[in-house]
Design a protein. Structure first.
Length: 222
């Protein structure tokens, strides 16, 4: 359904949240400190953020995330339950707040609510192309597309932001999780493979179009 980044220096907490959130169908990313959280944030659709972190505190991370990714939902986790701490969290841009110890089911419910408010859907539909987020499957008409993990992630990233132009570097960061040698070649090869499975004509695409000199975008009207 969505990529959820769990940021907590306690591996036991990450493990239990990973179990519950993956059961919901979410993709999971993890970070054990504030620096790692910022490195992985570009791949996330929502962040579950502990406040007491090494390297950079949750407060600092929240401030940076809100500046760099203003629409990214943030759910704060902390052992501090005082009203002043909750208010400070909201002032820094947190969208919701859960105090430790917490019920994993409550976290799941709050994640679900935040994603619903932010517009993340269970299924995307563009004409005869359907993308099911829960089971990570795409269909063209009634036929399932045999997409690799990278091809599906590439299609989903583009489709969830229809009309938005993605540079090759930005796609690499979001889908692959970092920069690699030969960025243009890697992205172009996977775009070509994805287009082939979509039955696309690269010169007159229905779905994924090339923006010359920049990158790619998913067409808003297919």
């Amino acid at each position: 359904m969505a990529n959820v980044l769990i940021v907590d220096d306690d591996p036991a907490i990450r493990q239990i949240l990973r179990a519950y959130l993956s059961h919901e169908g979410h993709g999971l990313l993890e970070a054990a400190d504030g620096v790692e959280a910022l490195e992985r944030a570009p791949q996330a659709d929502l962040v579950v953020l502990d406040l007491m972190l090494p390297e950079l505190s949750g407060w600092e991370v929240a401030g940076i995330l809100r500046k760099d990714f203003p629409d990214l939902p943030i759910l704060m986790l902390t052992a501090r339950g005082e009203e002043s701490e909750r208010i400070r969290g909201f002032e820094l841009g947190a969208d919701d707040y859960v105090s430790k110890p917490f019920s994993p089911r409550e976290v799941v419910a709050r994640v679900r609510a935040l994603l619903r408010r932010s517009g993340v859907k269970d299924e995307l539909e563009f004409g005869d192309l359907k993308i099911a987020l829960r089971n990570r499957t795409a269909y063209l008409g009634s036929q399932p597309l045999n997409l690799s993990k990278l091809e599906y992630d590439l299609l989903l990233t583009l489709a969830q932001h229809a009309g938005m132009v993605w540079s090759r570097e930005r796609l690499m960061e979001r889908v692959w999780g970092g920069d690699y040698p030969g960025i243009e070649r890697v992205v172009d090869v996977h775009i070509a493979a994805l287009r082939k499975k979509l039955g696309e004509d690269a010169d007159n695409p229905r779905f994924v179009e090339t923006v010359r000199g920049v990158g790619y975008r998913f067409k808003e009207a297919s």
